[in-house]
Write a protein that binds this ligand. Sequence first.
Ligand code: SAH
Length: 382
Amino acid sequence: MTENYKLVATSAAGIESLVSRELKELGIENKIDDNSRVLFSGNNETIALANLWLRTADRVKIIVGEFEANTFEELFQGVLALNWQDYLPLGYAFPVTKAKSVKSTLHNEPSIQAITKKAIVKKLQTHFHRPDGVPLIENGPVVPIEVSIHKNKVTILIDTSGESLFKRGYRIDKGGAPIKENMAASIIMLTNWRVNMKRPFVDPTCGSGTFPIEAAMIARNIAPGLRRNFICEEWNWFGKDTFNKLRAEAKDKINKDIELDISGFDIDGRMVEIAKENAKVAGVYDDINFKQMRLQDFHTDKEDGVIVSNPPYGERLLKFEDVKVLYKEMGEVFRPLTTWSKYILTSDLMFEEKYGQKATKKRKLYNGTLRVDLYQYFGKRK
Ligand code: SAH
């Protein structure tokens, strides 16, 4: 199919504007609707481009149809009316993987899933003249279907990504409390390092290396999806050719020239080894200086750098009292670096008090389900 699909790029709450900006940079017009959905349209190539290049999104989905439903019968009829035969050749699996209902009459999610599935089966049985049921190819292509109901408006979607886009394919090991790759990329895009990526970039609590690796990938213009596959590649109406062409183009677009100054430190030597392994797989090992070091020992004569850190929080890894001491010491080490900008992500609402300085700006984000704040301290302009 080369038709014009309605598409949506999903992301963590609060990240929509970054997804929108990324799409724009890819040349894809888009808008954020009242429901915080990043909407765009396009063909197979648009879908492939978005999957391959979006660093901040979770998934790219096709909107198969939208309609009102206040009863299960209306849901059934609405789903039945859609052109499933265009997306689901005989033999394809089509699990209804997700049903979500907000402020709507229909709210029993398992029933919504079951009714949707039933309606699609009915449609395919009729279309393909298979009154006894539709066959299934063992280990064949899978087309994941999702239903979302908001104020009685039903949206039926097909997920084109498969595994979430945060899975880039470079993470061999992740340690105890990794940040998702797409969240790390989002935070880097919020920093002023983006303006000039030759400046020093330091993550003093780098864990498995997510921030330094994502920073290097952004600076080198390495497509985040270059090392993985997407579920839509398995579909005959989509095909691998579109992706293979875009992958080849992406390889040519890698910026080999830029000089980088990216470092990752961690107190835990095992984490530093994991970070190095991950960086190797990501193709940015030579771009990052990884070292086992306590953040308390960080000194530098460099100016104008950027620190991005996701230190231990109270809920995870460290005890309350230890966190307090760590943040205080962090303040003592970072504050004298007046030309540096610092970005610290933590769920600790008392961070500024412990660190000893009020942030220039704060931004509410979600690290998985945990509400966190990005405390931003802007460096002095020279
Ligand atoms: N963003 C990382 C996770 C960071 S978890 C990722 O994506 O993997 C916090 C990290 O801080 C842990 O790896 C822990 O070993 C490290 N850490 C704790 N205390 C530290 C200290 N005093 N100096 C440096 N690193 C420290």
